[in-house]
Ligand binder design. Structure first.
Ligand code: MN
Length: 398
């Protein structure tokens, strides 16, 4: 539902929010959890320009879990209130500068599930290992996922230690094929009780907001361990999430048609309306010798084969309960072209075609000291551009 909070003419009394290219204009209003430098107190806030509005008067607690548990109508009411509070005509209130605050994990995540929803990613990776038959026969029928670990979710900025593991028969040591995966994460709203599936028509109302997710992956460990049960230690050593949760309400103007399917899906996955989101995602890399990061790929979330709604409907079709603050991630967001590939495994064709960086360096996989920065934004004529902020992580020796 598009309303006055999305009006592109709306301006804030916070001047930094009105600047072109700002991720957090008044039309965005993402939520996060923060601490002011020198204080012990944990606060909940809304990002506006370079600042943060403490919204503790409207939302209690030390995490966004209580917010996520609210029905969609109440989430919309809060958005309207914050939009009015920050509107140019309103009385100014105290703010905190983002540069003087430490961001914290936005939610206490009970469970984390990672999907595999990009057909471009699945096809490219499949082609590396099965050139004649890249896409497995189930792909267009069932959204593929695995259960990840919430215990190793870390906030953007947390260093990522190179993991050790089994690299083949009789081999144990630090991974030599450390990779990132550019993903969109979705925080669950109210959720469902055990035994009660969420129907596809209601599934999107159970998504409260999105963030950027880096599903760090050790490809050599993954190759050795993944059959027959799927990813395990190659994935659960660290998964980074961005601090600001962009609400599903803020994304309304950027709805678009989902990818067309040439194979009909079962009724419980048939979704109507504009069920995908137009979100541009970018991967930037900064090696130890570089002063500035360089963009190495760009893709769009609308190119995913499965939507967030289909993921929720599928996840619960057996009665599995999803709870407020649970995180589902989309899987690597890749597009049809080489420059749209959302991980190094794809970009370097499993390490056989090194990526050449502008300073002459080459990468097949990540090296110690490399920093990976994920960004995302939505842009459409007639609406204000909104951003997802960034999700960063630097590799440290194992
Ligand atoms: Mn993944």
């Amino acid at each position: 539902m598009i309303d006055e909070t999305h009006d592109s003419k709306r301006r804030s009394w916070v001047e930094s929010a009105n600047l072109d290219g700002c991720d957090f204009p008044i039309q965005n209003l993402p939520l996060g959890v923060f601490r002011v430098q020198g204080e012990n107190r944990t606060r909940i806030g809304v990002a506006i320009g370079d600042d943060i509005l403490d919204v503790g008067a409207w939302l209690g607690g030390n995490s966004l879990n209580a917010y996520f548990a609210l029905p969609a109508t109440q989430r919309r009411d809060l958005r309207r209130k914050w939009s009015i509070t920050l509107d140019r005509g309103a009385t100014k209130r105290p703010l905190y500068s983002q540069s003087q605050c430490e961001m914290l994990m936005p939610a206490v995540v009970g469970d984390y599930t990672d999907f595999y929803a990009s057909i471009h990613h699945a096809t490219t990776v499949g082609r590396m290992f099965r050139p004649d038959n890249p896409l497995l026969p189930n792909y267009k029928h069932v959204p593929i996922a695995y259960h990840g670990r919430s215990s190793s979710l870390v906030l953007s900025g947390t260093p990522v230690k190179r993991p050790a593991g089994q690299l083949g028969e009789g081999k144990f040591g630090p991974t030599r094929e450390l990779d990132y995966e550019m993903e969109i994460g979705a925080f669950l709203g109210p959720g469902n009780e055990l035994g009660k599936p969420i129907p596809i028509g209601e599934a999107q109302q159970h998504i409260a907001g999105v963030c950027l997710v880096n599903d760090w992956s050790a490809r050599d460990i993954q190759r050795w361990e993944y059959q027959p049960l799927g990813p395990f230690l190659a994935k659960n050593f660290a998964t980074s999430v961005s601090p600001w949760v962009v609400t599903i309400e803020a994304l309304e103007p950027f709805r678009t048609s989902a990818s067309t399917h040439d194979v009909a899906v079962l009724p419980y996955l048939q979704e109507s309306g504009e069920s995908a989101f137009d979100i541009t995602v970018e991967v930037w890399l900064r090696t130890r010798t570089m002063t500035e990061s360089v963009r190495i790929s760009r893709a769009n979330f609308r190119d995913m084969y499965w939507t967030l709604g289909q993921m929720v409907a599928h996840h619960t079709c057996n009665g599995c309960p999803l709870r407020p603050g649970d995180l589902i991630a989309s899987g690597t967001v890749s597009g049809p072209e080489k420059e749209n590939r959302g991980c190094l495994l794809e970009m370097t064709w499993k390490g056989t075609e090194p990526l050449r960086l502008p300073n002459g360096e080459e990468r097949t996989f990540l090296e110690d000291g490399d920093e990976v920065i994920l960004t995302g934004y939505c842009q459409r004529d007639g609406f204000a551009r909104i951003g997802l902020g960034s999700c960063r992580g630097s590799i440290v020796a194992g």
